[in-house]
Each structure stands twice: as C-alpha cells, then as structure tokens.
Design a protein around this ligand. Structure first.
Ligand SMILES: [Zn+2]
Ligand SMILES: [Zn+2]
Length: 89
C-alpha cells in the first residue's frame, strides 16, 4: 500500500504548524519534514523533490509546472492551475 509517491495536501494544526498529508495513505509530515521529500506533482503527476520553498503551496507542483514548461495535461489549464495553487482559506 505504501509503494507510491505521496500526493500531499497541506493542512494546518491549531498550533499554527503546517503539515502535509497524503491523499491516499496515512502519511503525514510537518512542512519542515517535507523539505527534500519526494512527492507527486499535483499538476503533471510526476515525482519531484520538494524544497523548503515548495512547502508554501497547499497543493505542491513541480518546478517545471510552476514555470509553465511542462505539457499541460487535459482538463487542467491556465486558471485551473491558479485555482490549484491558491491557499485554502
Ligand atoms: Zn501516500
Ligand atoms: Zn509537474
């Protein structure tokens, strides 16, 4: 059950600490622990290594997707990405 790349979504503890939780398994880690962790890109589905910087995304995407160089998957274009990267309020 654990031989997959985690696709993580950010959440926040009451203490204010951010954490990332996998969508398909019980994996959970704080944003500090997520730095240098390999996760699945929310946009292209490719694994990438998260940097400290990436932990500010609610739904992390890889470098290529962020710079717009990756191929656009069907059904997810332009403003959809913006939507994806928006903070959860
Ligand atoms: Zn997982
Ligand atoms: Zn990507």
């Amino acid at each position: 059950m654990t031989d997959h790349i985690h696709r993580v979504r950010r959440g926040r503890y009451k203490t204010g600490t951010y954490y990332f939780q996998c969508m398909s398994c019980p994996f959970i880690a704080t944003s500090l622990q997520m730095a240098n962790h390999v996760v699945e890109c929310w946009r292209c589905g490719q694994p990438f290594k998260m940097s400290r910087n990436d932990t500010r995304w609610a739904k992390p995407v890889c470098q290529q997707c962020r710079s717009g160089k990756a191929l656009t998957p069907e059904g997810l274009v332009g403003s959809a990405l913006e939507e994806l990267l928006k903070e959860d309020k």
